[in-house]
Design a protein around this ligand. Structure first.
Ligand code: BTN
Length: 264
């Protein structure tokens, strides 16, 4: 796939020479962390055909079968404080939506905070991980993205079959994974240049976020609360109004969001 990706990239794409392709790997995010520790440069991209231990948020696994998805991690080294990057996952989601829309003609929605969705099912997810020094400055950031591309409904394991979908199911024709992956590299590189400015992403994030205006359940450990999702602030936190009228900004960290009547 790597040769084909190169043909889809602009000749002067700054990350082109730092693209590493793996036929099989445990997790592109885990390996990216190792490379970042060893000093890998800003804009290093890892792409795999399959992952044997793909990871999602909150210790969940991310199913990554061969020849079926895009499993990509990018190492970034923004020169800023960690607290200036609160909008990073939202910026990444916006960039990936844009890449999928331009390369396939299909525009997914975003389920706050880091899931890409289509037809009320999960199409993909984003896992951002960062290392910060004692002054609060960012050492490196890993932006990890997984997109289900070629799966047919019956290809998903039984436990996620009712909540998962793929680009193939959405566009009803074979998906050119190399073209989508290249579009993601273009879009993420543009995102990286605009990253200091949260306003470059948040309006579009809000427009694509299907959680807003919905009655939702918020799961934090064993506790479940219900509320109405009102807005996303410039740091990517979700403003929720609870049934007693109390409003609170929810950080994505340790909560899981569900619609009242299903996954979305
Ligand atoms: C989630 O759904 O919570 C996030 C899923 C992120 C999956 C991607 S696939 C590429 C990268 N490597 C991983 O192990 N995880 C991310």
């Amino acid at each position: 796939m790597i040769d084909t990706i190169a043909t889809h990239l602009p000749w002067d794409h700054p990350w082109k020479a730092q693209l590493h392709y793996f036929e099989s790997i445990e997790s592109t995010n885990t390996h990216a962390k190792e490379l970042a520790h060893q000093g890998a440069p800003h804009g290093t991209v890892l792409l795999a055909n399959t992952q044997t231990g793909g990871r999602g948020r909150m210790g969940r696994s991310f199913q990554s079968p061969p020849d079926s998805g895009i499993y990509m991690s990018v190492i970034l080294r923004p020169k800023c404080l960690a607290r200036e990057l609160m909008h990073l996952t939202c910026a990444t989601a916006t960039a990936v939506v844009e890449a999928i829309a331009t390369s396939t003609g299909f525009r997914p929605g975003i389920k706050w905070t880091n899931d890409l969705v289509a037809g009320k099912r999960k199409l993909g997810g984003i896992l951002t991980e960062l290392s910060v020094n004692s002054q609060g400055e960012v050492d490196w950031v890993i932006v990890g993205i997984g997109i289900n591309c070629a799966q047919k409904p019956q290809d998903f394991p039984a436990e996620i079959r009712d909540i998962a979908t793929s680009l193939y199911t959405c566009i009803r024709k074979p998906v050119d994974r190399a073209a989508v992956a290249a579009a993601m590299m273009v879009s993420l590189e543009k995102m990286d240049r605009l990253l200091p400015d949260a306003n470059a992403f948040l309006p579009q994030y809000r427009a694509d976020c299907i959680t807003l205006g919905q009655e939702i359940s918020i799961l934090r450990g064993e506790e479940i609360r219900h509320g109405l999702a009102l807005d996303v602030n410039d740091e990517g936190a979700l403003l929720v109004e609870f049934s007693d009228g109390y409003r609170e900004f929810i950080q994505s960290g340790e909560v899981s969001i569900r619609g009242m009547y299903g996954y979305v």
